[in-house]
Design a protein around this ligand. Structure first.
Ligand SMILES: [Zn+2]
Ligand SMILES: [Zn+2]
Length: 326
């Protein structure tokens, strides 16, 4: 690593932009200095680039925080009767046991006794959850992105999975439950602009083998997207938006279990909303979310880990007693 000012051996990287993601190949170079004097001398040259990179880094931290929030929620509000996961011929097979379909409560914590690698677990938790994630994270996403993003939109696309998933029911011959696969899936994502740079935040793309939560818009659309289904739309969803629409569609003739299941999901979402509100209260101005999103990589990771464990404790609380009261 050489000093960006004098070329001698550098001791430390510019703390403003270290670990910022690339938008185009090579546009997030390592900037490092041998001493503070060189850093000061180089600042007029580096300033504009550093500010752009810092914004990208903040965006990446926001996307990571949103993803952490969603998965911490989903781990405690899970509804698939999962018996096992198998990666076979490029497809992730989810084996479901119809005898274990959750029933009152319909949602339970992810079975901790299942042996499953973290990457597959993440995919399983994300299956068919893009709408839930989009709604659940609405208020938090808008709060965090305000002041950073020059534009924020929601969009629905048909995607090309890298690793498709397939649901396989472990049936005793006569039972008929359809296998479902995601060969052509409609998927909801967020589009965020930092000035002229367009980015995609994809919280649940890991169900299709998309590893990155934040991807430059052009490369996402080139590699992952088959066609545009809807949007770009104004992103107005909140924790229960989709349930509100669903509830309005329910009629008196629908079974009690349908109504109760919807009520359980609503309880879970509103429980999540409570901790988001606490987060807002804690970071409200003059602190602003910068206090959470700033700091070194290590400091941010520590704050994120604390946020995650608090959220999980809060969600575990729900699984323990909230459903039983009904
Ligand atoms: Zn130097
Ligand atoms: Zn910098």
């Amino acid at each position: 690593m050489s000093c960006s000012n004098c070329g001698k051996l550098a001791k430390s990287r510019c703390s403003g932009c270290v670990n910022a993601p690339e938008y185009q190949a090579g546009d997030a170079p390592t900037v490092a200095y041998c001493d503070p004097k060189c850093q000061r001398q180089h600042w007029p040259t580096h300033k504009t680039q550093c500010q752009i990179l810092k914004k990208r880094l903040t965006l990446l931290r926001i996307a990571t925080l949103l993803k952490t929030a969603f998965f911490s929620y989903r781990e405690y509000v899970f509804d698939l009767p999962l018996a096992g996961v198998e990666h076979k011929e490029g497809v992730l097979h989810l084996h479901l046991n119809p005898k274990k379909i959750p029933f009152r409560p319909w949602y339970a914590p992810f079975q901790s006794n299942l042996i499953i690698i973290p990457e597959h677990k993440e995919a399983v938790l994300a299956v068919s959850q893009c709408t839930t994630a989009q709604c659940l994270l609405g208020p938090l996403a808008r709060y965090l992105l305000e002041g950073l993003a020059s534009m924020l939109k929601a969009v629905e696309v048909n995607i090309r999975p890298i690793v498709p998933w397939k649901i396989v029911w472990q049936c005793d011959s006569e039972e008929e439950l359809p296998d479902i696969s995601c060969a052509t899936a409609t998927h909801s994502i967020l589009l965020v602009w930092l000035g002229s740079e367009g980015w995609v935040i994809d919280i649940t793309g890991c169900q299709f083998g998309f590893r990155d939560v934040l991807v430059p818009l052009d490369s996402y659309f080139k590699k992952m997207v088959q066609s545009l289904v809807r949007g770009p739309c104004v992103y107005t969803e909140h924790e229960t938006s989709d349930l509100d629409v669903f509830d309005n569609g329910l009629s008196l003739n629908d079974t009690d279990s349908k109504h109760l299941r919807a009520a359980h999901e609503r309880t879970s979402r509103l429980h999540f909303a409570k901790i988001v509100q606490k987060f807002f209260d804690y970071y409200k101005s003059p602190c602003s979310p910068d206090k959470f999103l700033g700091g070194t990589t290590k400091e941010f990771q520590a704050k994120l880990a604390l946020f995650e464990s608090n959220l999980k404790v809060h969600m575990a609380d729900l699984s323990d007693f909230a459903f039983e009261k009904e």
